[in-house]
Each structure stands twice: as structure tokens, then as C-alpha cells.
Ligand binder design. Structure first.
Ligand code: DAK
Length: 258
């Protein structure tokens, strides 16, 4: 992988987009590398992922404008599909993905963070969908995910006006869960990931599925999705272990991911 690194710390995987000369902008190679990094995740062992950018200035400054500038309609569609497929893969990945946003998250950068389950950012982070200023619409799901996360009013204000917002405003409108000084961002992301990794993995995975799928349908259908995923847990070793530990007043639990 030329522009992406993948490392592990215990049960936590860390994917870093590493193209600092272009502020980690997403070109085709970065997108291919991201796919390869996701392929490398051993789902038997890894229980949460962190996605971040290399350096102290930028998470991802967007899709690569140089690469996009001369695309034909067909190439533009192919580039959009490649990005969308990977973003959707992150969104539906069987373990939670935390975005640790260490600076600019613009265009495709804001969009990739929104395909993650949880967003944490540093105080120097900046978010925005500047595409209309470049003569295009957001192409990696920005119109859809931003409106779902912060509501249509703020999404429209940001997207129509190509208005970037700082970390504090992103926090206020619910785009990020927490804001940290830059040096505290990764430790906080790792702590959150480790907290998730301690819990029963199949239950966590089913929660992700229930929330993601339930948000797309009406409440009657959503409750059925939840019921099914709840029921599935009773076929697992980890449900027996979690409940036995409680009944036996035992603090130590051994979740086996089965
Ligand atoms: N693409 C390519 N290179 C970029 C880049 C980007 N998005 N952002 C920054 N760089 C490069 C700069 O060109 C510069 O390279 P050199 O000139 O040194 O070779 C280097 O990174 C440092 O950038 P600056 O010198 O500009 O640094 P500053 O601190 O002065 O400014 C900035 C930082 C983030 C404010 C500025 O770089 C900037 O405005 N960057 C562009 C941000 C932006 O507009 N991002 C949105 C891109 S549009 C689609 C699918 C997806 C998309 C569209 C369609 N389809 C469905 C087909 C997505 C679109 C986007 O994301």
C-alpha cells in the first residue's frame, strides 16, 4: 500500500491515510489502498477500527482535484463508484469504525468521516463540503449522510454556501461526538476503541446493523430488524458468557466472538 498504513494494537486496528504532501487527498491509488487495508483486517481478532490521517494538519482534504479535473463523464462515474463502494464498505464494515479527524475534513474528507460510526476530532479540525465552489455536487454521499447526521437545515447551509465549519461548531451541531487537543485525539480514539473491543463482538456488530438498517426504514420495520438481531444473540456463546458472569457476580468475562 503506497498511501495507507495499517497497524494493530491489541484488538484495535488503525488505518492511516498517508499522503501528507497533498494533505491526504483521495486519489484512485488512496482509494485502492484503503480497500486493501480493509481486506487486511483480521475480523477474528480485531474488534474496532480507527481511521485517521497522517500529519498534524489534515485528516483528508477531499478527493484529489488534480486527478478529477480532466475526467470524462464515464471516468467521473467510475471514480465516484470506486469511492462510494469503499465508503459503503466502511459504513457496513462488521466492526465499528471511529474517525479520528486531525485537521481538514473537506469534501471527500468530510464524507469519509461520515461513513464511519463515530467522529472524534482535534481542535484544529475543519469540516465542509466545498464542492459547489468547484462546479460539482458532493459525490461520495455528502448530500445524503450530512443531512442524516446534522439534519437538512445545517446540511443545506453548509453545502449550498460551501461553508466550512470549525471543530466547535461541528460539535455543536452533532457532526462530531467530542473535540480534543490534537495530542489527545489518538489516545482518546484508542481508549474508545478499546472500550468497544471489550464487549461481546457479535452483539456490537448486531447493534451497528440494527442502527444503520433501522434508520433507513419506518419504525414498524425498524423494530422487526432489532427483534431479529436481538434474537440472533441467543444463539451465541457470548450471550451465555455475559449473562452467566452477571449471575455469578464474576467481573472477568471471556467473549469468544462466537
Ligand atoms: N486535491 C489535491 N491536492 C490537494 C487537495 C485536494 N483536495 N487539497 C490540498 N491539496 C494539495 C495542494 O494542491 C498543495 O499541493 P502543492 O501545491 O504543495 O503541490 C498541498 O496539498 C498543500 O495545500 P495548500 O498549499 O493549499 O495548503 P493550505 O494550508 O494553504 O490550504 C486547504 C489547505 C485544505 C484549505 C486547501 O489546500 C484547499 O482548499 N484544498 C482543497 C479543499 C477542497 O476543495 N476539497 C474538496 C475537494 S472536492 C465524485 C466523488 C467525490 C467527489 C466529487 C465527485 N464523483 C461522484 C465523481 C469529491 C469531491 C471533493 O472532495
Amino acid at each position: 500500500m503506497e498511501f495507507v498504513t495499517y497497524e494493530t494494537e491489541g484488538a484495535v486496528g488503525i488505518i492511516t491515510i498517508n499522503r501528507p504532501k497533498a494533505l491526504n487527498a483521495l486519489n484512485s491509488q488512496v482509494l485502492d489502498d484503503l480497500n486493501a487495508a480493509l481486506d487486511a483486517v483480521n475480523l477474528e481478532e480485531i474488534r474496532a477500527l480507527i481511521l485517521t490521517g497522517a500529519g498534524e494538519k489534515s485528516f483528508v482534504a477531499g478527493a484529489d482535484i488534480g486527478e478529477m479535473s480532466n475526467l470524462t463523464k464515464a471516468e467521473g462515474e467510475a471514480f465516484g463508484k470506486k469511492g462510494n463502494d469503499i465508503f459503503r464498505r466502511i459504513e457496513t464494515f462488521p466492526i465499528p469504525v471511529i474517525a479520528a479527524i486531525n485537521g481538514f475534513a473537506l469534501g471527500g474528507g468530510c464524507e469519509i468521516s461520515m461513513s464511519c460510526d463515530i467522529r472524534l476530532c482535534s481542535e484544529n479540525a475543519m469540516f465542509g463540503q466545498p464542492e459547489v465552489g468547484l462546479g460539482i455536487t458532493p459525490g461520495f454521499g455528502g448530500t445524503q449522510r450530512l443531512a442524516r447526521i446534522v439534519g437538512p437545515g445545517y446540511a443545506k447551509e453548509m453545502i449550498y454556501g460551501a461553508r466550512n465549519i470549525k471543530a466547535e461548531e461541528a460539535y455543536r451541531i452533532g457532526l462530531v461526538n467530542h473535540v480534543y487537543p490534537l495530542e489527545e485525539l489518538m489516545p482518546a480514539a484508542k481508549k474508545m476503541a478499546a472500550g468497544i473491543a471489550k464487549n461481546a463482538p457479535i452483539a456490537v456488530r448486531n447493534c451497528k446493523k440494527a442502527i444503520n438498517e433501522g434508520m433507513q426504514v419506518d419504525m414498524d420495520q425498524a423494530i422487526v430488524i432489532e427483534e431479529k438481531l436481538f434474537g440472533d444473540c441467543f444463539e451465541t456463546h457470548d450471550q451465555k458468557e455475559g449473562m452467566s458472569a452477571f449471575l455469578e457476580k464474576r467481573k472477568e468475562k471471556t467473549f469468544l466472538n462466537k
